[in-house]
Write a protein that binds this ligand. Structure first.
Ligand SMILES: Nc1ncnc2c1ncn2[C@@H]1O[C@H](COP(=O)(O)OP(=O)(O)OP(=O)(O)O)[C@@H](O)[C@H]1O
Length: 267
């Protein structure tokens, strides 16, 4: 197992893709504990492919992924799950488990072979539901929830897993405005708990809100990597999305100013 607080998830000069055909080439990435990296790029550029590679679902065509300098192929599934939690965009199960049990599944990686979840495990699961303000869903059947409610529950399950890194695939895609803001706030607070976050998003504003590092992919490669203020410029947004966008600072009004994006609709 990997010990120590300051571990890194790393990918160096990797080519990623399927059946030997690279979708992304020469990708390097480092995520440190307590750091948030936002992954942006147009539809079909390879964001999910990058996730699948980091999660070990597909092998890199060249290069490798490591955590704490240990290649991920050397971890048992259980040890890997202690290090990395994944929140997919959509989650379906045919079984009508109660929400509280779905969230409790996150504890499975911490139990022995025949271990049953105990009081502490249930407390961790309940805490995750409280934290995301969805405790009222605890007794509901997961199969009866809306898409957005499911997304919140799966995020709660990932928190319950207490992994060192959390990978989130467009975590706000199905959420109402209030839940989007709550999830962004929660993600921001996770980095204060030394958790490293990699999230894909189609909203550049998320990177500004989170003060995250930004990884911009375009046409099969890493196009920009760095601080959002320097990376998400109108020029970069035009280049990758093909639309004109203004980027400006919000007025202070008693709260810290940050940059926001506003698309220009009638240019
Ligand atoms: N199993 C697969 N075999 C072959 N090609 C695939 C496979 N899965 C995805 N692709 C291709 O890889 C490319 C990248 O897909 P990917 O899903 O990683 O993009 P994405 O950036 O996540 O897109 P989106 O923003 O639309 O979700 C696409 O051209 C897609 O068709």
């Amino acid at each position: 197992m990997v010990n120590g607080n300051g571990i890194q998830l790393e990918m160096a000069h990797a080519d990623l893709g399927y059946d030997g055909q690279a979708i992304l080439k020469n990708i390097s990435l480092t995520i440190r504990s307590g750091e948030i990296v936002c992954l942006l790029g147009p539809n079909g550029v390879g964001k999910t492919t990058l996730f699948k590679t980091i999660l070990g679902f597909i092998p890199p065509i060249a290069g490798e992924v490591s955590i704490g300098s240990v290649p991920i192929s050397r971890f048992s599934p259980k040890d890997f799950a202690k290090l990395v939690a994944y929140v997919p965009q959509a989650h379906h199960t045919p079984f009508p488990y109660k929400v509280k049990d779905v969230v409790l599944f996150g504890r499975a990686v911490h139990l022995g072979m025949f271990g049953r979840p105990g009081k502490k495990d249930r407390a961790v699961a309940a805490q995750a539901l409280e934290l995301l303000e969805i405790a009222h869903l605890a007794e509901r059947a997961f199969t009866e929830l809306s898409g957005g409610e499911r997304q919140m529950v799966i995020f709660a399950r990932a928190l319950t897993q207490q992994a060192r890194f959390i990978i989130l695939d467009e975590p706000t895609s199905s959420l109402d405005y209030g839940n989007q803001v709550r999830v962004i706030r929660k993600i921001k607070s996770l980095c204060n708990q030394s958790i490293g976050i990699l999230m894909s998003t189609h909203m550049p504003d998320h990177a500004f809100m989170l003060g995250a590092k930004v990884m911009v992919m375009d046409k099969g490669q890493l196009y920009r990597f760095g601080e959002p203020d320097k990376t998400l410029t109108p020029e970069t947004l035009k280049k990758i999305y093909g639309v004109d966008v203004q980027v400006f600072d919000t007025p202070k009004n008693g709260v810290p100013s940050r940059k926001v994006c506003a698309p220009i609709l009638d240019a």
